[in-house]
Design a protein around this ligand. Structure first.
Ligand code: 4NP
Length: 165
């Protein structure tokens, strides 16, 4: 992976009410704890839930682990996101393909899968959509996201150190 400095991260799923706001909320807390100043945001490839708060099931599962992200509001990915963000992380293969289909060639290298950064779940590619399932799905989403967020934090810290040297 490129060691370019990373100052901003956008998390992307389909609706921007379950997986990507969870990743946003978890990662912003982890980054803050690590003392990293980053621009962090999330968005959906679809606009179904524009302006809506994260799904109450995501918020409840995350609150049990100490994360609060009721302040977030769903929005759709924009063309400007590809310019503004250094790293754009898709939750699943469909989100990844949908992003690449609209991303200008010069920015395609910014689009990756969230689980490329997972360390405990190395065999997994996708954070599965929990929307139509039960509470266990929301817990599993958080397991995967917490793991990948930690790996992402290590990756960014390393990239920032190598550009300073
Ligand atoms: P998300 O989950 O992509 O993780 O936010 C979904 C939310 C809503 C829908 C699908 C997935 N939906 O079909 O409305």
């Amino acid at each position: 992976m490129s060691q370019d400095s990373i100052n901003s991260v956008l998390f992307v799923c389909l609706g921007n009410i379950c997986r990507s706001p969870s990743a946003h909320g978890v990662f912003r807390d982890q980054a803050k704890q690590a003392g990293l100043e980053l621009k962090i945001d999330s968005a959906g490839t679809a606009a179904y839930h524009k302006g809506v708060s994260p799904d109450p099931r995501s918020q409840k599962a995350a609150a049990n682990r100490g994360y609060q992200f009721a302040d977030l509001k769903a929005r759709k990915v924009t063309e400007q996101d590809f310019v503004e963000f250094d790293l754009i992380l898709a939750m699943d293969l469909e989100n990844h393909a949908d992003l690449l289909a609209v991303c200008p060639n010069e920015y395609q290298h910014k689009v990756k899968l969230m689980l490329e950064f997972a360390e405990q779940h190395k065999d997994m590619e996708e954070v599965p959509d929990p929307y139509y399932g039960g509470a266990a799905g929301f817990e599993y989403v958080l397991d995967l996201i917490e793991d990948a967020s930690q790996g992402l934090l290590k990756h960014i810290t390393k990239a920032q150190q190598s550009t300073k040297n």
